[in-house]
Design a binder for this molecule. Structure first.
Ligand code: PLP
Length: 401
C-alpha cells in the first residue's frame, strides 16, 4: 500500500523554479536574472579574495570538527552583533543583546518568528512591506502567525510611499511587529532615505511597535557596510528593542555555507540572558547546534584587521559592478529609442531591479530572448555582465516597445 497517497504535488518555488527552467534551456544566449546570487563580469560565481584567504588560514590551523555551542561560537556572535549594530552600540556595551548564530538569513527569520510565536505576549501579528520577499509570509504561514501588509512601494511613482506607509503604521495595534528590510529592499531596490527612516523610527516608537530588521544585504546597497546599517543603528540609538536577522550569503558570497545571525536587543541584561536561554532551548530541538565552517570563515575575516579591510574592498567591488551594470542597462535601453522612462534602473539600489515589466512582457523575455526572471518583473542585476547587457537591453526595449 502507499502510505503517502494523500500527499499532493506542491508548486515549484517561485524563485528557484526560474533557475530550474533556466537550466533546461539549451540556447547559448540564455541569461538567468532570477536568483539573487552575485556573478562576476564573466558571469561566473565569485569567491571573494578575503574568503579564499580566510579559508587558507583556517586550513593551516588544522582545526577539529567538534560541535559548536548551541547558540554558535560566542566570539562569532560578538563579532557579527558589532558588525550589525556598530562598534558604538549601547546595547552591546550594556550586554543587552541576545545573539545566536543562525542558518543564514532564512534560519534567522524562522527562528525569530518562531520565538515570537512562542514567547511574544503583545499583538502577535507581523506587518510586512508590500511587496516583500516571498519567504517572509511563507514562514509565517508555516508557523500559523498572522501577517499583514503595509504600503511601501508606489507603482505610480515607482518610489517609496512614505505617506501610505505612515498611515498604515498608525493603523497597527500597539505592540505589533513591523518587518523592515534594513537595506536594498527585495524585490524593489527602493529604500527609505535617511530622513524618512528618522520619521519611521519616530512613529514606530510612538505606536510602541516592535521593529524586526531583515538585513540580508549589508554592504550590497552602497558598497559600505556602515552606510547600509544606518537604519538598524538609528533605531537602536532611538531606544527601540529591535530584532535583527543577518545573513552572510550575499555580502561574503557564502550562500551555501548557510551562515547568519539573530539578535534581540533587550531592555536589560537580565532579559537578554533569559532570552538567550530560551533561544538555546528552541535551537536544540530544531537543529541542535549550527554548522562550523561558515562561521569560522566569517570569524577569521572579522577578527583580522587586514582581512576585514580586504573584505570591505571586496564588497565595494561587487556593489560597484552592479551599479555599473545598472548604468549600462539603462543606457542600452535608452539608446535604442525607448519611449519609456528608465531612471528607476539607476536610482534603485542593491542586487535587484524592479523593472516594471508586466507578466506578459516577462513571458516574452523568456520565450523570445531566453532571459529568465520572476513574474513580478524583478531582475537580479548581479546576473548582468559586459557580454550580456546589450542582449538584455535589446529584450527589455523590444518587449516594452
Ligand atoms: N531576506 C531577504 C530579503 C532575502 O532576499 C534573502 C535572500 O534572498 C534572505 C533574507 C535570506 O537568504 P539566506 O537564507 O540565503 O541568507
Amino acid at each position: 500500500s502507499n502510505y503517502w497517497s494523500n500527499v499532493p504535488m506542491g508548486p515549484p518555488d517561485a524563485i528557484l523554479g526560474v533557475a530550474e527552467a533556466f537550466r533546461k534551456d539549451t540556447s547559448p544566449k540564455k541569461v538567468n536574472l532570477g536568483v539573487g546570487a552575485y556573478r562576476d563580469d564573466n558571469n561566473k560565481p565569485y569567491v571573494l579574495p578575503s574568503v579564499r584567504q580566510a579559508e587558507e588560514n583556517i586550513f593551516k590551523k588544522c582545526l577539529n570538527h567538534e560541535y559548536a555551542p548551541i547558540g554558535g561560537d560566542p566570539v562569532y556572535c560578538d563579532l557579527i552583533a558589532k558588525l550589525g549594530l556598530g562598534e558604538n552600540s549601547l546595547a552591546i556595551k550594556e550586554k543587552r543583546n541576545a545573539t545566536v548564530q543562525s542558518i543564514s538569513g532564512t534560519g534567522a527569520l524562522r527562528l525569530g518568528f518562531e520565538f515570537i510565536g512562542k514567547h511574544y505576549n503583545h499583538a502577535r501579528e507581523i506587518w510586512m512591506p508590500s511587496p516583500t520577499w516571498g519567504n517572509h509570509p511563507q514562514i509565517c504561514n508555516t508557523l500559523g502567525i498572522t501577517h499583514k501588509k503595509y504600503r511601501y512601494y508606489d507603482p505610480n511613482t515607482l518610489k517609496f510611499n512614505l505617506k501610505g506607509c505612515c498611515e498604515d503604521i498608525c493603523s497597527m495595534p500597539p505592540g505589533a511587529i513591523i518587518l523592515l528590510h534594513a537595506c536594498a529592499h527585495n524585490p524593489t531596490g527602493i529604500d527609505p532615505k535617511p530622513e524618512e527612516w528618522q520619521i519611521l523610527s519616530e512613529i514606530i516608537k510612538e505606536k510602541r511597535l516592535l521593529p524586526f530588521f531583515d538585513m540580508a544585504y549589508q554592504g550590497f546597497a552602497t558598497g559600505s557596510v556602515d552606510n547600509d546599517a544606518f537604519a538598524v543603528r538609528l533605531f537602536e540609538k532611538h531606544g527601540h528593542q529591535i530584532i535583527l536577522a543577518q545573513s552572510f550569503a550575499k555580502n561574503m558570497g557564502l550562500y551555501g555555507e548557510r551562515v547568519g545571525g539573530l539578535t534581540f536587543v533587550c531592555a536589560d541584561q537580565d532579559t537578554a540572558a533569559k532570552m538567550m536561554s530560551q533561544l538555546k532551548i528552541m535551537i536544540r530541538t530544531l537543529y541542535s547546534n549550527p554548522s562550523i565552517n561558515g562561521s569560522r570563515i566569517v570569524t577569521e575575516i572579522l577578527s583580522s584587521p587586514e582581512l576585514k579591510a580586504q573584505w570591505l574592498k571586496d564588497v565595494k567591488e561587487m556593489a560597484d559592478r552592479i551599479i555599473l551594470m545598472r548604468k549600462k542597462l539603462r543606457e542600452g535601453i535608452e539608446k535604442r529609442g525607448s519611449k519609456h522612462k528608465w531612471d528607476h534602473i539607476t536610482s534603485q539600489i542593491g542586487m535587484f531591479c524592479y523593472t516594471g515589466l508586466k507578466p506578459e512582457q516577462v513571458l516574452r523575455m523568456t520565450k523570445e530572448f531566453h532571459i529568465y526572471l520572476t513574474k513580478d518583473g524583478r531582475i537580479s542585476v548581479a546576473g548582468i555582465c559586459s557580454s550580456n547587457v546589450e542582449h538584455v537591453a535589446e529584450a527589455m526595449h523590444k518587449v516594452t516597445a
